[in-house]
Each structure stands twice: as structure tokens, then as C-alpha cells.
Design a protein around this ligand. Structure first.
Ligand code: BGC
Length: 731
């Protein structure tokens, strides 16, 4: 009894303590707010430079510093220009792209990523790291797919929440972006999205919702596009009603850079911090242009004249103060660290786990330790990829290329390199890391040289794919073609004709067409892997690491297979006036990614969740904690055995299929997963919890999630197209 009292007492004390932390924060917010003048209040809700906003020196409130995001901390820019500041102390650890993180299907890796990159941000003196990006991959052509977490809302939500908590454990705010419906780069400022509520809530919002409810994110970035005719950086429905209303978000809504267009809407519709509204540089402005921001002098004038009262202003200031008190003003000692050996190890661990073995016929891979001659081909074996892609472009402290990695991993082999094709020989990232890889040879000569080199090789490994140049995996432009660029198909075909054991390594953040795949026995999806690229790829090729990544999006065979088929769906209908609004409708509704391919019976090139291993896994029978769903949840369990000769990890994927519903439902939807590590011969039981939401659809008429009574199949497997066992549940 005494013990019980003690436990209750301790719990009660803990509750009081944690409540008082929050209370203390709110008290400080109110105290600062009560001392601020109107000018000081409007002074903290808009930028004062490209990446910072002002504090209130009189009250000891410091400036707030933001920076991109999401794969490392962006180099310093000029105060009022995008050009690099030219500092020599801002080279960083580059982490794998977020598609790679999603491909790990490992929440611990997301936590590690967040903690590690957050420490770099802290060390660089940043309060807000502009990431992660969680927009859903709606079309393979979107230029920013590589910065996002794939096509499935459940996977994106599960990966973004630990990333956010990890970043924020350093006293640095994450800023989940781009909220919402920013699913293409083409006309991103001018496209007005029409979408039904069900698709909005089921596909495009859940990752943001998880960022708020489970990641407890401290800031959210509004997107450039419009929804229901209003820009999403000041949209009453998405910000006031959904984000702050339905989800209870108490942090700051930061505009995307240049995403604010109107003072009245920004006042009324929930914009808390305005960034990036065009200035043309201190040298060309008569006055500091930041005073002309929509939430600066124009707002102040309205307040002074009494046209608007201070209600919204105080709410914005509270949110910005909260953000400051959680980060730079939190009074805790977070030193952070940068470029530490540990950070390299973190980047390597994530990169290794995200690489996906797409195909491995005749066990071509791993490369034997006895290999005498390895021929490495393709521009992507030598091309630096940290730089480029626009705002996520980074200055890497070092970036190990695949070729360097392979040379280091096979010190006794002769490693020969041939370029084979020339893509984008130069790349520039805001005036830093300009490099030039121009090759004087003609394409014919380059191919002939490659074909000559491969003849007596033990292994031939071609590195192709996309890169971070405009119209590839790059912000601001979408890809114009689903095919591989720079004539790579011709090169791969020619190589496959002379080598039936060709290994193709695809470097990209988006799916690409592989019309020659039947002639190529082995393929890897290698993403953009950051500083440790070469080591991670070489470890997987050599079998030092057994691949365990799974695709976070489908590779369709062709663009024609995609759900996006009409101009209205993509890119939208062009306006009559030159700078008008493009009208777009997501007529495919909830049928995005595998939901579409499965409903239409279209066999993809590689399915969502696909990824092979150098070992094999056998699944036992799926079992439920209860055949009927009661109360809050049900547990699915399944035993998995490593039946091969090497240790490895398997991602056990749990999909739910509604057998009878009053609405049209996808064939199945991902609702749970777990990654399990197994030694050869080892068996483990994997448990996955399913809550009521896992069985629900969003009922637009009732505006709520509804789980209808009836039977559901719980499908458990190694990929969306590789279900190994299933069990029925009655609700
Ligand atoms: C991008 C954001 C980025 C911001 C600041 C914008 O163009 O859309 O993702 O964080 O610039 O660089």
C-alpha cells in the first residue's frame, strides 16, 4: 500500500513538474508580450534578412535564425541576397536525401538523422532547421521528390515524427514543409489545387498531422500554391481551421520564402512569420525593404489607424515567442557539434540502410572478394551530388564518390573507370562548389571506350540515373521526361548486349523508366547518399552490408501508367493572362501511388515496399491478439525466420484491406511496419499495433474518420506485391 502511495505520489509530482514547464513557458510568453510596443510586436513577425528575423534587444529577446534543411545545414548566404557569403567555416556533414531515409523504413534511423543534423544546426547557431519535407509523391516528375518521403502518408508520417523529435532534442525547431498540396514545382506559386476532402485528409494531410501530434513540431512552413483560391501561406482553412484548430498546433506558421501576397489575408488567416518577400538587395533599395513586408509597415499602419485590432497580432507574437523560448531562449546549454566522426557514422548508417536492392538475378551481387578487375562506369560514379537541387544544396565537408568507395573497398582489385556518357558536366550551388567535369570526347567515343573497357572485367557496374541539375531532381522545375536523361538508355542497352552480368546502380530521388531491365540482372536504388556515399554503396556492393531498404514509392513502367493523365490533373490548365492562376484538379482522389496501380491492376516496374536482400526470410502465420476489434487497438504478430546464410534485416509490412464498405476503398493500405534484424537461422516474432484509424476512411460529409463495422483482411508481407500471410478481423 505504502509503495502504491509512493508511485502515485511520484506520478502526481511528475505531472505537476511537466505542467509547470509548459506553464512557465506560457508565463514568459505573456510577460514578454505585455512589455512589447506595437512596433516591437510587428518587428518580430517578419524577416530582417534572408534567413533571420529580429528580436527585441531592449527586452533581451534575440534574433531568430533559420536555415535550410533538410539534408544538412545550408551554407551562409549574404544578409540580403541568395549568393553565398563565402565563409570557410560552413562546410557540413551531408546526410542522405529524405527519400533514402524513408527507404530505411526504420524509425530509429529517423531519430538518429534528426538528432545528428539538429546538432549541426545548433552548432551553426540556427534556431530553426527548414525541414523535413513531407509532401506526397503524386507524380514521378515533381522536381522535389528527393526532399520528401515517398507516396504513402502513413510511412511519411511515421518517419517524419522521430526526425522532428530528434532535431528538436537539440533545442532547434524543425519546420515541417510545405503545408500543403505543394506536389509539383511547375508553377508552384500559381497553381490552385482543387481536391476533395477525403483525398486531402487521407493522402495529403496525415504526415503533417503526425508531425504536429506525434512529432510535436514547433514550426510549420506554408506552401506556395493556392487551395480554394487562396495561397497556402495565408489560408484560413488549412492554417486556422485544420492546423491550429483541428490539430491544436501551438507553434509558428512560417511562410515559404516569398509565399505571402496579401496583408489582410496574412493577418486574418494565420501567417505568423513572413520570410522571403522579394527584396532587391540593400544596394538597390532606398530604405530597408524588410519594412515593406506585408506583415511589417502595412500591418503597422492598419493597427495604428484602428482598421484592425491587436487580437491576431498578439496571437502571432505568442507563437513566435513560443518558438524563440523553445529554441534560442530556452536557457539550456546545447552546444551542438559539427563534422564529428559520429556524424559521419550516422550519415553512413542511414545511407547503408536506405539502399534498395531492386533486382539480383543469378546472385550477381555481392561482388566477390576475389574480384580482380572491376570496371566502374557512368557519370554518377564521380559526380558530387551534395551541391545542386536549389535550396537543399549543401557545401560538403567531404563527399566520397562511389568510385572512391569502390577503390577503397577492393584494394587488391584493379578498378578501372570509364565515363560512358556525359550529362551535366558543371553545377553551381549559389556560387559555391562550382565544378567542371567536362569531357572533350563525343558520345560515340565515350561509349566505344566504355565497351572496350568492360571486356575482360570480372564485374561491370554502371552508375546512372538523375542528378541535382535543373529539370532533374531539383527545386523550382519539374522533370520533363520520365526516361533517363543524356542517352543513358542507349549506353545501358549497349553494355547489356556485351555483358549479361551488368550491375546498374540508379542514383535518383524519383523513379525513372528502365526499358532495358529484362537484360540487366542486378539493380540497386542508391538515392543521394551524402558525405558517405562511396562507403555506403561499396559496403552494399561488397556484401559487407546486407541491403534492407524498401521503396517508399512505386516505380511505374511508364508515365502513361500513372494516375496523372489529364492536363487538368497535371500541370493544370493555363490561365488566359500571363501571370494568372493555373487551375488544377486532383481528380484521381485517393488513388495515388500503389493505391492506383493496384486498383487498376497495373503491374509496376518495382512496387511500393519492394526491396531484396542477400538472404531470404520466411514468414509464419499472421495472428491477431483478438479476432474482433474492441476498444482501442489490436496487435498483429508474425514470426519471421532468416532462412539464408547471412545476417540481414527485413521490413515486415502490414496492410489493411476493407472487404465491404459504403465507399470505394483502395485494395489495401499500409497501416503498420516493423524492421527486424536476424542472424542466419534466427526467428523473431514481430508485433505491430493497429489502432482504430487504421481501419477508418475520412467521411467528408460528416467531416470525421469513420471505421465501419465488417470484415477486414490484415495482409502481412515483404512488399506491397509480396504478401506472405493474412488474417481476418471483424470490427
Ligand atoms: C523553398 C523552401 C526553402 C526556402 C528557403 C524556398 O524556395 O521552397 O523549401 O526552405 O526557399 O530557402
Amino acid at each position: 500500500m505504502k509503495k502504491l502511495f509512493f508511485v502515485f505520489g511520484a506520478i502526481a509530482l511528475m505531472c505537476v513538474a511537466c505542467k509547470s514547464d509548459e506553464q512557465k513557458l506560457e508565463e514568459k510568453v505573456e510577460s514578454y508580450l505585455s512589455q512589447m510596443t506595437l512596433e516591437e510586436k510587428t518587428g518580430i513577425i517578419h524577416a530582417q534578412s534572408k534567413f533571420s528575423s529580429a528580436g527585441v534587444p531592449r527586452l533581451g529577446i534575440p534574433e531568430l535564425w533559420t536555415d535550410d534543411g533538410p539534408h544538412g545545414v545550408r551554407p551562409e548566404t549574404m544578409w540580403d541576397a541568395w549568393t553565398a557569403a563565402g565563409q570557410t567555416n560552413d562546410s557540413v556533414t551531408v546526410y542522405p536525401s529524405l527519400t533514402c531515409l524513408a527507404a530505411t523504413w526504420n524509425r530509429d534511423m529517423a531519430d538518429l538523422y534528426g538528432r545528428s543534423v539538429g546538432a549541426e544546426a545548433r552548432y551553426r547557431g540556427k534556431d530553426v532547421l527548414l525541414g523535413p519535407g513531407v509532401n506526397i509523391m503524386r507524380t514521378p516528375l515533381c522536381g522535389r521528390n528527393f526532399e520528401y518521403m515517398g507516396e504513402d502518408p502513413y510511412l511519411a508520417g511515421e518517419i517524419c515524427a522521430p526526425y522532428i523529435r530528434g532535431v528538436q532534442s537539440n533545442g532547434v525547431a524543425a519546420c515541417v514543409k510545405h503545408y500543403c498540396l505543394n506536389n509539383q514545382e511547375f508553377k508552384r506559386h500559381n497553381v490552385n489545387v482543387t481536391i476533395d476532402d477525403r483525398a486531402l485528409y487521407e493522402i495529403y494531410l496525415p504526415a503533417f498531422e503526425k508531425a504536429v501530434k506525434e512529432g510535436h513540431v514547433w514550426s510549420v512552413m506554408g506552401s506556395y500554391n493556392l487551395y480554394k483560391g487562396v495561397h497556402c501561406c495565408h489560408n484560413d482553412i488549412t492554417i486556422n481551421k485544420i492546423l491550429k484548430g483541428e490539430w491544436g498546433f501551438d507553434g509558428a506558421l512560417i511562410s515559404d520564402w516569398g509565399g505571402v501576397h496579401n496583408t489582410d489575408e496574412a493577418i486574418a488567416n494565420g501567417t505568423d512569420l513572413e520570410f522571403g518577400t522579394g527584396t532587391n538587395g540593400v544596394d538597390t533599395n532606398v530604405e530597408n525593404a524588410y519594412d515593406y513586408y506585408y506583415l511589417a509597415r502595412p500591418y503597422l499602419n492598419k493597427l495604428r489607424s484602428g482598421e484592425v485590432d491587436q487580437t491576431q497580432l498578439d496571437d502571432k507574437c505568442r507563437r513566435v515567442l513560443r518558438l524563440m523560448l523553445r529554441t534560442g531562449m530556452n536557457g539550456k546549454e546545447y552546444y551542438g557539434s559539427m563534422n564529428s566522426p559520429q556524424h559521419s557514422a550516422d550519415a553512413l548508417a542511414i545511407a547503408r540502410e536506405g539502399i534498395v536492392l531492386l533486382k539480383n538475378d543469378n546472385a550477381v551481387l555481392p561482388v566477390s572478394a576475389d574480384a580482380r578487375k572491376i570496371v566502374v562506369l557512368g557519370e554518377n560514379a564521380i559526380k558530387p551530388m551534395a551541391v545542386g537541387g536549389s535550396s537543399s544544396s549543401l557545401k560538403a565537408r567531404y563527399e566520397l564518390s562511389p568510385l572512391e568507395g569502390i577503390k577503397a573497398a577492393f584494394p587488391d582489385a584493379e578498378v578501372v573507370y570509364e565515363r560512358a556518357y556525359q550529362g551535366e558536366p558543371t553545377i553551381k550551388g549559389y556560387n559555391y562548389s562550382l565544378y567542371d567535369l567536362t569531357d572533350p570526347r563525343t558520345p560515340e567515343q565515350m561509349l566505344a571506350d566504355a565497351l572496350a573497357a568492360v571486356q575482360d572485367a570480372d564485374y561491370v557496374i554502371f552508375f546512372g540515373g538523375l542528378n541535382k541539375a535543373k529539370y532533374q531532381d531539383c527545386e523550382g522545375r519539374d522533370r520533363q521526361d520520365y526516361a533517363l536523361p543524356y542517352g543513358q538508355d542507349t549506353v545501358v542497352e549497349a553494355l547489356a548486349a556485351v555483358r549479361s552480368d551488368l550491375v546498374y546502380v540508379n542514383v535518383s530521388g524519383s523513379p525513372v523508366a528502365m526499358p532495358w531491365i529484362d537484360k540487366v540482372p542486378a539493380a540497386l536504388q542508391a538515392w543521394y547518399l551524402g558525405s558517405e556515399t562511396g562507403n555506403a554503396i561499396a559496403d552494399v556492393l561488397a556484401g559487407k552490408v546486407n541491403p534492407s531498404g524498401k521503396l517508399p514509392f512505386t516505380f511505374p513502367v511508364s508515365l502513361g501508367d500513372c494516375p496523372i493523365r489529364t492536363e487538368l490533373q497535371y500541370p493544370g490548365i493555363a490561365p488566359e493572362e500571363e501571370k494568372g492562376i493555373w487551375e488544377q484538379e486532383y481528380t484521381e482522389g485517393i488513388y495515388v501511388g500503389y493505391r492506383w496501380y493496384e486498383a487498376q491492376n497495373i503491374k509496376p516496374l518495382f512496387a511500393f515496399g519492394h526491396g531484396l536482400s542477400y538472404t531470404t526470410f520466411e514468414y509464419g502465420e499472421a495472428k491477431l491478439s483478438s479476432k474482433r476489434f474492441h476498444g482501442n487497438g489490436v496487435t498483429v504478430s508474425v514470426s519471421v525466420t532468416n532462412t539464408g546464410k547471412v545476417a540481414g534485416a527485413e521490413v515486415v509490412q502490414v496492410y489493411v484491406s476493407d472487404l465491404e464498405a459504403s465507399v470505394d476503398r483502395p485494395v489495401k493500405e499500409l497501416k503498420g511496419f516493423a524492421k527486424v534484424y536476424l542472424e542466419p537461422g534466427q526467428t523473431k516474432t514481430v508485433k505491430v499495433e493497429l489502432d482504430k484509424r487504421a481501419f477508418s476512411f475520412f467521411d467528408a460529409a460528416r467531416h470525421e474518420w469513420v471505421a465501419e463495422d465488417g470484415d477486414f483482411d490484415i495482409l502481412v508481407g515483404a512488399a506491397s506485391d509480396d504478401i506472405r500471410t493474412s488474417v481476418r478481423l471483424t470490427l
